[in-house]
Design a protein around this ligand. Structure first.
Ligand code: HPA
Ligand code: ZN
Length: 335
């Protein structure tokens, strides 16, 4: 098994990280206090109680119920900055060099907070991560799939200035997967893509949903990356396609265990993906909820795949760089 020191030194990229999912209990309670937010009846009352709840979730929806309560404590531009900056400070120490991070504007606009407030706070933290740590980053705006597509179109309209000027680099799709398949969002993706030819497209698919949702995201939404995508393992033709097109899957091992998609990291089809030359990156998803940041993820995977040598890990790190959306100059600098 490779050492933690080796994994620490590997230049790591993160492509599947929800900024709202970095809200640690020890920031959640102070922010609730700072903003006079009353947490709902029955919500854990202390950091310890909340950490206890986060030990296990029944499924994606059980997690999302807590996650959306958490987002309610974020109000001002400073709150969004503080949240993202706390994340960058942690992962800088873990050898993260490039981050493509999600955020959910609709969790905030639904509470009367403007896209501008959220985006500017997060962008300011990204700028500081570059100036202080040299970490490059991209913002990916996600649509919440439980929200009506017509409402999502309005969100895209509100985000138009940030899509046009490139502050938002990519569009993603998250929240409850199974009841809300990709085809519902065809118009949204078409509209967003028409605003800026450089906008990248991705979507959560094949986390709890079937391999068909992965194919549909590729065919109908024209995405060039798949978030999670582990259920692609059950469709041989799809695996050939992902390999042929070098479409990257952004895999989140600790998340998959915590949300009971698999019982252990060793069950993940990572060796199959390597053998079939399906590119993937390893990511933390919602680290405050799932018990680990990027180096913790790499370390856990190394324990569950102890036969992977330095060369295999080098290949994984290189695939993550190659699959990133940074420019060629940055990629070549990292490779
Ligand atoms: N899946 C779907 N929606 C999400 C996730 C996830 O892993 N994390 C935050 N929102
Ligand atoms: Zn996710």
């Amino acid at each position: 098994m490779v050492s933690v020191e080796f994994l620490q030194e590997l230049p790591k990229c993160e492509h599947h990280l929800h900024l709202e999912g970095t809200l640690e209990p020890d920031l959640l309670f102070p922010l609730a206090k700072r903003n006079d937010i009353i947490l709902p009846e029955g919500f854990p009352k202390s950091v310890e109680e909340l950490n206890e709840k986060y030990k296990k979730f029944r499924d994606l929806q059980d997690f999302l119920d807590y996650y959306y309560i958490g987002t309610n404590v974020l109000i001002s531009e400073q709150d969004f900055f503080d949240l993202a900056w706390a994340y960058f400070k942690k992962v800088h120490k873990q050898g993260l060099v490039h981050a493509e991070v999600f955020y959910d504007p609709q969790s905030h606009t639904s509470r009367g907070i403007s896209i501008e407030t959220v985006t500017k706070g997060f962008q300011r933290a990204c700028d500081k991560a570059f100036s202080e740590f040299g970490i490059t980053s991209k913002l990916i705006m996600c649509l919440l799939r439980h929200i009506e597509p017509e409402e999502c179109l309005k969100t895209i309209e509100e985000a138009t200035p940030f899509i046009k000027d490139g502050t938002i680099s990519a569009l993603g799709l998250d929240s409850a997967e199974k009841p809300f398949p990709p085809h519902l969002f065809v118009e949204c993706y078409g509209k967003a893509a028409s605003l800026n030819k450089d906008l990248k497209l991705t979507a959560h698919a094949g986390e709890e949903g079937p391999a068909q949702f992965v194919s549909d995201a590729l065919d109908l939404l024209q995405v060039t990356r798949i978030d999670h995508g582990i259920n692609s393992q059950y469709d041989e033709e799809l695996l050939d396609r992902l390999s042929r097109d070098q479409t990257m899957l952004t895999i989140c091992p600790l998340s998959n265990v915590k949300l009971q998609v698999v019982q252990s990291v060793s069950e993940l089809p990572l060796q199959k993906f390597l053998d079939r030359d399906v590119p993937f990156s390893l990511n933390s998803d919602d680290p405050a909820y799932f018990g680990g940041y990027i180096l913790d993820v790499y370390t856990q995977v190394s324990k569950d795949f102890p036969h992977w040598d330095h060369e295999t890990w080098g290949r994984i790190a290189k695939n993550a760089i190659k699959g990133s959306w940074c420019d060629d100059k940055r990629k070549n600098g990292l490779l």
